[in-house]
Design a protein around this ligand. Sequence first.
Ligand code: FES
Length: 181
Amino acid sequence: MNRKGFLALTGAALLQFVSPLASAATGPTLKPTKLGQTVIWRNKKYTAIKSGKKLVWNKGVAIPKPKPTTPPVVHGTFDIDLAASEEVPEGMTQVFFPKDPNAQNKSFFVTRNNETLISFDSICTHEGCQVWIGIPLLLCACHLSAFDRVTGAPVSGPAVRPLKTYPVREELGRIILTNTF
Ligand code: FES
């Protein structure tokens, strides 16, 4: 850029800051010098066009804002370390709220029955409320559905589908659940 061009640019930039008239302008305050010249101003791209014998800026085209990028969801099968084995003794049911991101903010029931572990989702199959441990059943407070602690099957209430089950196993004294999504 030559000295003249630089001064014109600087002057135009300064005008935008100090002149209230400039801030109210509807197009670039810089004068076009060449047909087809482009300039970006207030998120619009202006092109120099001819109007009679004069060069003027066209109406400008809005520059699209970049779309926010969302991180890709990774699907797969993930092991979640829920707890130590002794936290679910024979005949008991416990509910776990793992912080592992692969748990997707879900909570899980684990029942030990006849030395076998069984795991269920703790979301009610009626309308999605949280199910809690009751005695002797798993209970949903929203509409009072009740589920069997060993099979996850609905025993009473509006829910007709069993709680979702998850593969669960023990490894080196830990209870490991497999979540797939
Ligand atoms: S949501 Fe659980 S009984 Fe309705």
